[in-house]
Each structure stands twice: as structure tokens, then as C-alpha cells.
Design a protein around this ligand. Sequence first.
Ligand SMILES: *[C@@H]1O[C@H](CO)[C@@H](O)[C@H](O)[C@H]1NC(C)=O
Ligand SMILES: *[C@@H]1O[C@H](CO)[C@@H](O)[C@H](O)[C@H]1NC(C)=O
Ligand SMILES: *[C@@H]1O[C@H](CO)[C@@H](O)[C@H](O)[C@H]1NC(C)=O
Ligand SMILES: *[C@@H]1O[C@H](CO)[C@@H](O)[C@H](O)[C@H]1NC(C)=O
Ligand SMILES: *[C@@H]1O[C@H](CO)[C@@H](O)[C@H](O)[C@H]1NC(C)=O
Ligand SMILES: *[C@@H]1O[C@H](CO)[C@@H](O)[C@H](O)[C@H]1NC(C)=O
Ligand SMILES: *[C@@H]1O[C@H](CO)[C@@H](O)[C@H](O)[C@H]1NC(C)=O
Ligand SMILES: *[C@@H]1O[C@H](CO)[C@@H](O)[C@H](O)[C@H]1NC(C)=O
Length: 492
Amino acid sequence: MFRPTHMSPLLLLLFLSLATALTCSASPQIHIGFSASPQSQTAPFESLFTDPTGNFSLCFLRQNQNHLALAVIHVASLQPLWLANPTHLASWSHTTRLSFNGTLLLSDPKTNLLWSTATTGGDTLLLLNTSNLQILNKAKATPIWQSFDFPTNTLVQDQNFTTAMSLSSQNGLYSLRLGNDFMGLYANYPENDASSLGQLLYWKRTALEAKEVIKQGQGPIYARVNKEGYLGMYQTSAKPIDVQKFDSFQQTPTASSFLFVRLEPDGNLKGYYWNSNKSSWVLNYQAITETCELPLPCGSYGLCTPGGSGCSCLDNRTRFEPGVGCFGGSNGNLCSEKIGGDSYSVIRRTGVEPPHKELDGHVTTPSSAECEGLCERNCSCWGAMYNNVSGFCYIMDYPIGTMSGSGEEYKIGYFKVRKSESGKNRVGVRVGVVVGVMVGIVFIGAGVWMMRMRWRRKGVNGMLGEENGSSPGPYRNLGFDSFKSIEMSGQR
Ligand SMILES: *[C@@H]1O[C@H](CO)[C@@H](O)[C@H](O)[C@H]1NC(C)=O
Ligand SMILES: *[C@@H]1O[C@H](CO)[C@@H](O)[C@H](O)[C@H]1NC(C)=O
Ligand SMILES: *[C@@H]1O[C@H](CO)[C@@H](O)[C@H](O)[C@H]1NC(C)=O
Ligand SMILES: *[C@@H]1O[C@H](CO)[C@@H](O)[C@H](O)[C@H]1NC(C)=O
Ligand SMILES: *[C@@H]1O[C@H](CO)[C@@H](O)[C@H](O)[C@H]1NC(C)=O
Ligand SMILES: *[C@@H]1O[C@H](CO)[C@@H](O)[C@H](O)[C@H]1NC(C)=O
Ligand SMILES: *[C@@H]1O[C@H](CO)[C@@H](O)[C@H](O)[C@H]1NC(C)=O
Ligand SMILES: *[C@@H]1O[C@H](CO)[C@@H](O)[C@H](O)[C@H]1NC(C)=O
């Protein structure tokens, strides 16, 4: 099977046993016949082997207590840079096994996970000092497989991001992809029987072509994080067709450090550099700098007010609840619903607009009534925004997310709410809250009455006043704080 040409069999055996014993092996290679299973019950990760600098490691990475991902991590921070199986985790168990016989294969009989590189003919597995994991065949000049071609949510410096790839946020809700002349962030809608809509573009960066222009017919563009501190787009030349500068652009101490961009669970694309002095990652770039321009900062049918006064609901009668939003959230469209206009109710609100309206199509209509009419008659329309000054009518043919509060009263919003959903949150929650409060009052009343009777009997008075002070609900504070934290992470 293996050809021990440059290593004596004894040495090879020693190497293999060392590697299988999960000692942090100095050698950045693995040969055919390698096999390993997790050993520790508690370790956050188990290194299989590291790159020549020791900065990066291919390892078993513990996820959610007792699950396992095969990962390339940055050792000093445990920051995962690549995961083999981000959506289908294995169990952290001695039956889970990683083996290399030309194919790198992770199998877990418990969860039926079988992940493999599906390659043939590989003889060496190598971790480069760029964090790229490669499978090589001695006879071939180029690697037959590399982790750089299968990014998860992270793109490290010098990794080529092509039109065939996508980054996906850890929660699976958002993705980054390239178009002909742009890069875009998309919200993924769950595949749904009624939905023809797969993805919604919510952020777009079109190549500025300042240093180099796109040559038609010369092949697709690609993107790369450049060590000098920018996210570049390229086509045929080494000169970029577009440059998105990081804060550390061409600054000496940071430019020489390691950089990556990551698609975050809130749908933002952020860049970081490694500060070895502080042993921490420093935020260096954000595609979206205004919180209200993120895809769902206040949930469905939420209203986000730029400048930080927080989240509310498009419908004044509904109170914004953190983590829940306003109306649960819809998907699909209204086309399969019973015909007759009974399937939805309507909310109107002025001074609001879709956060990325320039990416929505618009038509010109003489009045807001005509604009609403276009939406009302079309079951794939969820809402419309009419600009009473320009006459532009923006049609939202996707489920309503968070609107941005512009405060400009000539912007007139019209939104459909699926009947079942408005009912659920408003009536259901209200009734629930009222019943809960009443039951609570009865209980507290009974308790107070009983205590008072006891204290009276014991002759202890004047303590009730202090008790009453502790009643304000923590709910509002929680909401405010959680919004504040979103906001802070959205600002620099
Ligand atoms: C890699 O290792 C070198 C030497 O230990 C260190 O100076 C550098 O900061 C490390 N880089 C990262 C990204 O950890
Ligand atoms: C490697 O192992 C897998 C699973 O045991 C097997 O299906 C595959 O054929 C093997 N490949 C080679 C080249 O031996
Ligand atoms: C990484 O490896 C390449 C060649 O394999 C070498 O030129 C480069 O200096 C190395 N970088 C670091 C930081 O070790
Ligand atoms: C990225 O693409 C450039 C230009 O095609 C190429 O020279 C370079 O080797 C590629 N890098 C990797 C890591 O594949
Ligand atoms: C780390 O500290 C050294 C010495 O104080 C300094 O020269 C260097 O610029 C610092 N690096 C970063 C990334 O801040
Ligand atoms: C909600 O309240 C705002 C400000 O008080 C008001 O301008 C708006 O018309 C109200 N909207 C609805 C739907 O009641
Ligand atoms: C309904 O809206 C969709 C999306 O905006 C559009 O493609 C379609 O043509 C519209 N249908 C009609 C009948 O206007
Ligand atoms: C829209 O503009 C027209 C003409 O300027 C005005 O008469 C009308 O009241 C406005 N409508 C709203 C809802 O602001």
C-alpha cells in the first residue's frame, strides 16, 4: 500500500503510532493508512497534526458538548477556519473514525455520518502554513483535493473564492456568492412548497474597476483576501478589479498579520486580523456598518430606527419582543391560500422603507393607491412602498423582514400579514399574557394575604413595603440590552 521510500518502515511505524496517539505531531504530513478516533472525554479539541509553523491544526473539534466536527483551526484562539462537516456533525465517540487511504474519510456509525473527500490516488495529506489542507499525489503537480476549494463560513487570506463556491453562515440563513461583476450577500429562504423564491440579495458590491477592467468573455471573476489588507476581486490580471479596504489597509504591523473574513450569523461579512501581542482577533472590516441594514435586526415585520433608538413593530398595536419579533415570520407566498382576500390583513405605515430598496425593482405609479393595487392583486407580493414624491413604487416579492424607519412621511408602506400569524402573536400572546398576569396576581395576592396573616400573628410589620420593590419585570431590560448588543457589534 505505502511505499516507504524516504522513511524506514520502523520510523514510519513510529510516526504513525505517534500520530494515532494524537500527540501534537511536528510533521505536517499524513500518509496512507492513517486512522484516528477521539480519545478524550472533555478536551475542546484533539489535534491530529499541525502545519509547519504550528499556527494551524487539523483536529477533532468539539461542538455542542458531545458532537464532533473535523476542522482546521487556528490553535492559539481555537478559531475554526474550515469545517469538513458543518451541517452534519458526528458524535464525539470512540466509534467515530477518521481514516486516510487516498480518500480522507470521516465515519460515525451512530449518526450514519459519512463524509469523504471522494478522491482517488492521493498518497499524502498535507497542512500548509496558509491553513490549506491538501491531498497530494507524488506524480501530479497540482493537489488532487484542497480544503480551500470548499470554504464553510470563512475565507482566509490568499484563498481564492470563485463563482463555483459560496460561504454559508453557521446558522445556514445567509450566503456569500459572486456574480458576473459583483459579490453579493443573500438570505436563504427555506425550500417551501409555496415558495419559488430561493434567495434574496440584500447586499451587493459591484466591482469599481478602478485599477483593472473586466474583460468580457475572459472568464469569471474571483475574490481573495489580500495580505495588504483588503478584500479584492480579480479576473485575469494580478491587478484587482475591485478593492474593499480593511481598517488595516497597508499598515505595517497589521498588514503582516493573518487575515480572514467570515460570514456571521447576523448576515454581516466581517474581517479580522490576528493581533499576536494581545493574542486576539481584531475586527477590521464590515460589509454592513449600519445595524438597520442587516437582513433581520428586528425580525419579521419589525421596524429598525437608524441611530439606535431600537426595535419596534410595523404595527403599533404589537409590542416588539426580542427573539420573537413581531409576527413570528412568514415564508413562501400567499398564492396557495384560499382566494377571496381573507388570507391576509394589511398594515400601513408611513416613514418606512425596505432597507435595500435599491436592490428591489420599482415601477412608477401615479398614486399610492395604484401602487398598493399592484401588490394587492398579486399573491406573490408581500408588500409595497410608495414614494409620494418620486412616484416610485417598490414591490416586495419576498416575506417582510425588518423595515428601516426613514421618518420621511411621504414614504408609504403597505404590508400583508398572513391571517393565521397576526392572530397568533397578537390575540394569542395577549390572551396568554393577560391570563398569566391574572393568575400571577391571584397567587401573589393569596401569598401576601397568608404572609400578612402570619406576620400579624407574630407581630412583625412594615416588611411588605420592601418586598413590593422587587416586582418590575426583567423583560423590558432584557430586550433593550439585547438590542444594544446587536447595535454595538454593528458599529465600530
Ligand atoms: C504564527 O506563528 C508565529 C511564530 O510563532 C507567530 O509570530 C504568528 O503570530 C503566528 N500567526 C498566527 C496567525 O497565529
Ligand atoms: C478507502 O476506504 C473506503 C472505506 O473503507 C473504501 O470504500 C475505499 O474503497 C478505500 N479506497 C481505497 C483507494 O482503498
Ligand atoms: C509558508 O510556506 C511557504 C512555502 O511553502 C514559504 O515561502 C513561506 O515563507 C511560509 N510562510 C510562513 C509564515 O511560514
Ligand atoms: C489563486 O489564484 C491565483 C491566480 O489564478 C493563483 O496564482 C494562485 O495559485 C491561487 N491560489 C490558490 C491557493 O489556489
Ligand atoms: C506588537 O508589539 C510590537 C512591540 O511592541 C510592535 O512593534 C508591533 O507593532 C505590535 N504588533 C501589533 C500587531 O500590534
Ligand atoms: C403608529 O404610531 C405612529 C406614531 O405614533 C403613527 O404615526 C402611525 O400612524 C401609527 N400607525 C398605526 C398603523 O397605527
Ligand atoms: C406578481 O409579482 C411577481 C414578482 O414581482 C411578478 O414576477 C409577476 O409578474 C407579478 N404577476 C402579475 C400578474 O402581475
Ligand atoms: C401625496 O402627495 C399628494 C400630492 O402632493 C398629496 O395630495 C397627498 O396627500 C399625499 N399623500 C400622502 C399619503 O402623503
